[in-house]
Design a protein around this ligand. Structure first.
Ligand SMILES: [Zn+2]
Length: 62
């Protein structure tokens, strides 16, 4: 394995550049349609809930 040619801090910053941008999208909760901010892009079909609904989903007994 070749030795890294760059300083660890530089390599760390390069790695951070490849991550998702820290951008928040204006989304709506899928349950109560409250306006929320989510790091999930709207075009990704991820389900987003507001904090209250998320807690209910987490702790609701099926
Ligand atoms: Zn909600």
């Amino acid at each position: 394995m070749p030795l890294p040619r760059q300083h660890p801090d530089v390599r760390y910053l390069d790695r951070m550049k490849q991550r998702n941008p820290r951008k928040l999208w204006n989304r709506k909760c899928q349950k109560c349609f409250t306006e929320i901010f989510s790091s999930f892009h709207p075009e990704k079909n991820a389900q987003v809930y507001c904090q209250g609904c998320y807690q209910k989903v987490l702790y609701s007994v099926p």
